[in-house]
Design a protein around this ligand. Structure first.
Ligand SMILES: [Ca+2]
Ligand SMILES: [Ca+2]
Ligand SMILES: [Ca+2]
Ligand SMILES: [Ca+2]
Length: 301
């Protein structure tokens, strides 16, 4: 009986050992150590591959980073090369190439190199504002949306002013100052032209001081302040406080009096308008005197 029990126990131990082995064996396929050195080599290769993959992943990332950096650097280098070429070109040439402005955008070729803009494209970033005009506006000539707020640089409104010296036939108006909120660069877009001798009606307007000026701008604006600087010594009998701004309504061929602010101390006359057309200043006393004598005065006022 004891022998039978011992035999059974021995069988159970053997079975249990065999089961562990099977279990172990069951695990073996997953283990690289279960096979030969070849498989270990493969495993090593696998590991290497895995590691390599991971490393490649990291390396690739690094490489990519480096690549990106490299790419990032390449254009710089490329630009440098290109610029070098430009510089060389400038140096090789008559020396005037760097100072030239081949695309007429207000930046010299050398400045284009400094800003990283295209010397043969006036609007490198395609935002509607020329390269040279972006600088005074505080914009980046290589970014379509400098501030990254979804507003294209060309649609951004800036408070701007422009000052133009003028010479009128009577020397009475010496300077025109325009201040306005508008898109684009005011110095590029605002045109002021004297209509004296060109537009008969505005040239012959009663009590004209200086000349009638036509204001034009290619951009949108809601309001503009116009200021004329007057040489008081050229006013003759006209009192400074009587100076009056007129707007010539070309469509209705009518002159319209505008609210005028006179600043005798600073020799300036100002008005505010919501649209551009012809503007001029007249001796208001003389202007109104004519209308008072006009038989249609009751209809006009
Ligand atoms: Ca240029
Ligand atoms: Ca350019
Ligand atoms: Ca631009
Ligand atoms: Ca821009």
């Amino acid at each position: 009986m004891k022998k039978l029990i011992i035999l059974l126990m021995a069988l159970m131990v053997l079975f249990a050992f065999t089961a562990c082995s099977e279990d172990t064996t069951g695990l073996e396929p997953r283990s690289p150590r279960s096979s030969s050195s070849d498989s270990q080599a493969q495993d090593n290769e696998d590991n290497d591959e895995n590691n390599t993959d991971e490393e490649k992943g990291i390396d690739n990332e690094n490489d990519n980073d480096k690549g990106l950096s490299g790419i990032g650097e390449e254009p710089v280098g490329g630009e440098g090369d290109g610029d070098g070429g430009d510089n060389d070109g400038g140096n090789d040439g008559d020396g005037g190439d760097n100072d030239g402005d081949n695309d007429g955008d207000g930046l010299t070729n050398y400045e284009e190199y400094l800003y990283g803009t295209d010397p043969l494209n006036p609007d490198t970033d395609g935002d509607g504002i020329w390269d040279g005009d972006e600088i005074p506006l505080g914009l980046n000539p290589t970014l379509y949306d400098t501030f990254g707020d979804g507003i294209c640089d060309g649609d951004r409104v800036f408070r701007q002013f422009s000052q133009r010296n003028v010479e009128t036939h009577d020397g009475a108006v010496t300077n025109i100052y325009v201040e306005m909120d508008t898109t684009g660069y005011i110095e590029r877009n605002l045109k002021i032209k004297s209509m004296y001798g060109i537009d008969v009606l505005s040239t012959d307007v009663i009590g004209l001081i200086g000349e009638p000026f036509d204001f034009m701008i290619s951009t949108e604006f809601s309001e503009a302040k116009l200021t004329f600087t007057v040489d008081k010594s050229k006013l003759g009998e006209t009192s400074f406080e009587d100076l009056l701004f007129l707007w010539y309504d070309e469509e209705d061929q009518n002159f319209v009096e505008l609210e005028t602010v006179t600043d005798e101390e600073n020799s300036t006359v100002s008005t505010t308008t919501t649209h551009f057309s012809q503007y001029m200043i007249v001796d208001g006393r003389e202007w109104f005197a004519v209308w008072i004598k006009n038989p249609y005065v009751d209809m006009v006022f």
